[in-house]
Design a protein around this ligand. Structure first.
Ligand code: GLN
Length: 494
């Protein structure tokens, strides 16, 4: 028999509406699974069983009245970067360790409006800075996947949305919210064998999401299938007057777009995404993806995105610069932690020293440096110029192609002890993902295969601004061809 936790979101929704499954029973199965597995995985920082069951009961009543909304009774994990009214929101930082927001983020409010059940707050890298979830003040997250024959070697789930991705992969939620500043949705999705989309900048409101780098941050969903991501994005997205960068555009039917197929689409293959020393399996999977899309009726075109090689250094100037400015608000006066001092300056310094972890401090130092008088032109302004060139590369590509296919990450999930002492090696994880944030375009990661050790690998689909529909159609075609059915070694019992 299939456990309820093994249903996809779309299947669970259909079963709830037909009243084959009760919303309370469904939520209870996830809470039981969380109780069993979270002590090891540490995917959730906070579990909210009472709230979840109350929401499930309300969902059950709505279903009984025949008043189902798009997500009525669907249990989700919420990245602990989204403010949730009355529920502690930590950003995985000591400095917000006791912060209980008085208001709800727009994304979570939209999900609640549509009937979702919140199981709890998912772990992440502190302030979403990282690629391994090792930078959480609440401890790392274990990837539910393991290399074949190495069940005791803990691997990272990727980051920063490592808790969201691990929870979904291990069947501790049907889907989760996540955020992506340089790859934090797509890289953990790829490492955990699930799907995740970073929408176009402006598609989803940033109101009530703890800010990292405001010109790059975008929220999106992770889920086990492309269609499930499409359903979730449909609820999360939409214009919001409280976010000045929110796009006033209608929200298309993303789920319907999945089934469009790729016949006649032109798919760009950017030659700059072929890296020296990249694992042969990743190159092979990319070629396989090209073949799948051709078989499904698309044509593929080699394209060039010549400024790609500058994307990583550009990102690691722009993102820390914005972060250093955004994080100035954590001073011990208004939010969270306060360490008393002899005078105001001493209070600031003690609070920030005690509250911020090592990686966050590194980013603040880099950001303050590149913004300082004398260096601003050399670093920050230069990076902004290069960013414009990276965006122009894509603008030119859209004249020739409808979507772009690349690998999602340069490697599969790595061990917890690897790369932790080498920040630059860690930053390389984002080499295929940061361009989409710099250019503001949508990017989807789809699980597409396994490496020689049995670990999941993802392919990435990039699209035109506000054309998530084509991205979903291409992603869905890859998913169908890949028939990715492998499951992680740690997951809720089937
Ligand atoms: N890994 C990248 C970083 O550390 C991206 C993080 C993100 O997308 N939030 O900045």
């Amino acid at each position: 028999m299939n456990a309820l936790t093994d249903l996809t979101l779309a299947e669970a929704r259909a079963a709830l509406v037909k009243r084959d499954v009760s919303a309370v029973e469904l939520t209870q199965s996830f809470l039981t699974a969380i109780e069993a597995l979270n002590p090891r995985l540490n995917a959730y920082i906070t579990v909210t069983p009472e709230q979840a069951l109350a929401q499930a009961h309300a969902a059950e009543a709505a279903l009984a009245r025949g008043e189902a909304r798009p997500l009525t009774g669907i249990p989700l994990a919420i990245k602990d970067l989204f403010c949730t009214a009355g529920i502690r929101t930590t950003a995985a930082s000591r400095i917000l360790g006791n912060f209980v927001p008085p208001y709800e983020s727009t994304v979570t409010a939209n999900l609640l409006r549509d009937g979702a059940v919140f199981l709890g707050k998912a772990n992440l890298d502190e302030f979403a800075m990282g690629s391994s979830n090792a930078n959480s003040a609440f401890g790392g997250v274990e990837n539910p996947w393991h290399r074949e024959g190495e069940p005791d070697t803990a691997l990272v789930p990727g980051g920063s949305s490592g808790g969201s991705a691990a929870a979904v992969a291990a069947r501790l939620a049907l889907g989760a919210t996540a955020t992506d500043t340089g790859g934090s949705i797509r890289q953990p999705a790829a490492f955990c064998g699930i799907a995740g989309i970073k929408p176009t900048y402006g598609r989803v409101s940033r109101f009530g999401i703890v800010a990292f780098a405001s010109s790059l941050d975008q929220a999106g969903p992770v889920a086990r299938t492309v269609e499930d991501c499409a359903i979730l994005l449909g609820s999360m997205a939409g214009f919001d007057a409280r976010d000045s960068t929110s796009a006033d555009l209608p929200v298309p039917d993303f789920a319907a777009a999945c089934a469009r197929g790729v016949k006649g689409l032109r798919i760009g293959i950017p030659k700059e995404y072929r890296l020296d020393g990249m694992a042969t399996e990743i190159e092979a999977l990319w070629q396989q993806g090209i073949a799948w899309l051709r078989d499904a009726g698309a044509t593929t075109v080699e394209i060039s995105l010549p400024h790609t090689k500058y994307a990583l250094p550009t990102y690691y100037i722009v993102a820390p610069a914005e972060a250093s400015s955004n994080l100035a608000r954590y001073d011990g006066v208004r939010f969270g932690l306060r360490e008393e001092g002899e005078d105001l300056k001493d209070l600031y310094e003690r609070t920030r020293r005690a509250g911020f972890g090592e990686e966050v401090r590194r980013r603040i130092l880099i950001g303050t440096y590149v913004l300082s008088a004398g260096y601003y032109d050399a670093y920050y302004l230069k990076a902004q110029r290069v960013r414009a060139l990276i965006k122009r590369d894509f603008d030119e590509a859209w004249g020739k192609v409808d979507a772009i296919l690349t690998p999602a990450t340069p490697s599969a999930a790595f061990g917890r002890d690897e790369k932790q002492n080498d920040p630059v090696a860690m930053y390389l994880n984002d080499v295929f993902t940061v361009t989409a944030n710099l250019a503001g375009i949508p990017g989807l990661s789809v699980p597409a295969g396994l490496d020689a050790k049995g670990l999941p690998l993802g392919l990435q689909v990039l699209g035109r601004p506000f054309d998530e529909e084509t991205v979903f159609a291409v992603g869905h075609a890859i998913e169908r061809a890949a028939r990715f059915t492998a499951t992680p070694s740690l997951r809720a019992a089937a």
